[in-house]
Design a protein around this ligand. Sequence first.
Ligand code: ATP
Ligand code: MG
Length: 541
Amino acid sequence: MEAKNFIEDIINEELEGGVVNEVHTRFPPEPNGYLHIGHAKSLCLNFGTAKKYGGKCNLFFDDTNPSKEKTEFVDAIKADIEWLGFKWYEMHYASDFFDDIFELAIKLIKDGKAYVCDLTAEQIRETRGTLTQPGTESPYRNRSVEENLRLFNEMKEGKYADGEKVLRAKIDMASPNINMRDPVIYRVLHATHHRTGDKWCIYPMYDYAHPICDSMQGVTHSLCTLEFEDHRPLYNWVVENTGVAHKPRQIEFARLNIANTVMSKRYLKKLVEEGTVRGWDDPRMPTLTGLRARGIPANALKNFCEAVGVAKANSEIESGYLEHFVREDLNANAERAMAVINPIKVIIENYEGSELLDFDTKPQLEESPTRKITFSKELYISAEDFSDNPPPKFFRLKPEGYVRLKNAYIIKCERVEYDDNGAIAQLICSYLPESKSGSDTSGMKVKGTIQWVDAATCVDVTVKKYDYLLKDAEYSGQDFGERFNPESEKIFVGKAEKYLAECKEGESFQLLRVGYYKTGKENGKTVLHEITSLKDTYKAK
Ligand code: ATP
Ligand code: MG
């Protein structure tokens, strides 16, 4: 099979050499928050690689840190994965394996490869050494196996307070890799776990638990992000020294970073908790639930992840790149409809009555289906489509000027009526009866076509436009709070075809000349949420 990244190169080599005979991956979130776009990349990689090789991919909840984890997050993570359309082979929790993980710690103690240490967290840090200096051995390093077994069991029985004792792997305090300098593998933590309740008051550390859980699940390739590269020797040490039967391999890949957005759960949580955004599902959030609320199609996100690819070095992607795939998907799939922003009334003085016109709902198809729209004497157009002081080359409506109303007629602006404040009150226009779209015999060529709605049948809507969550960083390390873009949400009044108020909530449309929008309701009123603009600012490299 042709490899499309370095991970597939490795797998191909292993399959050829008989090192492995199947591919089994896992997606390993910690249920301490909601998934974001970065996780989508990891999901696409783990599920995609398994699928390509006819293998399996598990969903694995890394729940070794009970103080931060919640069932709410577990449920949200599952819903997000299902939204992306991935089906896990089996679902496991690290907590399913707590008994095995404990027994393997006992084995390490019996083999003289782990010891109970009474140093405080701070003392452990201080004696760990630096990149240029070796660490110093703990005075508890040479406790007897019997004493270690007794103390470790006492830790488990709840005899010690949080932080009073830890279990450490006995590896090498002079190792050039600091992670190998007798890392802590178990800690005392009197916290209620969202699944095991108060059964345990000691919890294994990630670096120790993860390889064991991978092995127990039959994972062949444990794919993780680059910051774990330095932890790989410890991963391998745990696999070798606990003697687990099945030996998985850790491979690191680059994180996905996107400009003008934040991908760390810690900061996303802060935005939610401080009320800067309305919740994890705020449409400006880079969370999968936020993207779904925004109306981003799952397929667009997957195509984006695919296009970004898998690399060994970290980089930052322009946010326009994701929008490019969103537009590509919506342009092909979304129905068209009409709405106007900041409406101005248009009176067609020579038109009487009303009629039904054909509106092309999917002009992107070779044969567009049509839907009937109403046309009558009073209409609305967007404020930006009229100017009483037009710059050169203004091809929308202007005094004495002509414009085509989409799927309707050519109109001419005869005069402008102003209110007492000097603002435009309404436009008095005339129409050319023979210019009807589809049967135009007017012989008239007009440069501009604009969208409109019929005043008799349209509905009031709220239009919400979104911009990047964060402003550009002015200096590196600037706090995300300071970078929050107060203009990330802007609200406008609008008028829309009644069709948009009557259709299913959450449907996506291309609003002609306005953008891609999703329908919603707030307090019974129709809201149109911007998904993305019409224009592609992304230049493919
Ligand atoms: P965060 O820092 O946002 O909390 P995390 O890495 O702690 O992220 P986990 O729940 O531990 O989040 O991650 C689950 C999986 O998703 C891990 O394999 C992790 O490496 C991967 N992942 C997380 N963020 C990204 C990202 N930006 N790009 C690619 N993969 C990611
Ligand atoms: Mg994490």
